[in-house]
Design a protein around this ligand. Sequence first.
Ligand code: NAP
Length: 284
Amino acid sequence: MIISGKELSVKLKREMAAKVAQLKQKYGRAPHLVVILVGDDPGSQSYVRGKAKASEEVGITNTTIYKDAGISQEELLGIIGTLNADPEVDGILVQLPLPEHIDEPTIINAIAKEKDVDGFHPLNVAALWMKTRPCTVACTPQGIIRLLDEAGVELKGKRAVVIGRSQIVGLPVAKLLLDRNATVTICHSRTRDLPAVTRGAEILVVAIGRPKFVTADMVSPGTVVIDVGVNRDPETGKLCGDVDFEAVEPIASLITPVPGGVGPMTITCLMENTIECFIRSMER
Ligand code: NAP
């Protein structure tokens, strides 16, 4: 069985569009998301286009600010400061990665936590780990939990293995799984005998960034496999995940495809975060 993030995101976006129309009536304007893109990386440009398209589908006002790769950190901080102070801006997203001369943590820290639709601000991350209520939770981990819920996967008491310990995927998804009472193991590049660990998984989340890294011998029959990876297959040049889909799909009970799995859910959760930031701002 394939879990289609694409199909679920269509359904969720339709529901959000109805909600946004109501909110517009109630508050006199739509939620407003501002995306800042620095430089001309084709991957980042494509992500930013995807965010603009989803905003349009849902009825969120989207402004994309394009800046040359040579922009100084001070100028970027100045733009963020202006957006933070603008009551008609509800969400701010700086597309990562940034050029090397700009310090990413400084930029993320500068975004008001109430407008941090990516859920990367240290105070939002801290709130997630301290189990106080964060303004926002990172979109990809949130999207993964939504996919598992929609597929009817019970998480309580399950053995979940997460490969990858990044701040944006591995760690927060592990925490969300833990909060849902899964028993979580986090693996990384120094994990010894990784296949032995992954074979013990009932739910396997893979976020490493290596094409088709997880092979059939690493997965036990009946495992639920969530593939977060977005890679180019070195042989075909096509988009592929971190999991060897053809080999693992017959063994897994459920599996997400790449493309069409976790990716669309990330953007959908970004839309949800923007709407939530808008509602909180209006009710403040
Ligand atoms: P990242 O920051 O590069 O982290 C990769 C993690 O994988 C690290 O923790 C690393 O371990 C671990 N790793 C690397 N090689 C490994 C190996 N051979 N065995 C075990 N663990 C290994 O990557 P990320 O930002 O989390 O992204 C991971 C993938 O997800 C990428 O393909 C990215 O494009 C994709 N992604 C997709 C979405 C989406 O919406 N679909 C969103 C975000 C990211 P160490 O910590 O030991 O180095």
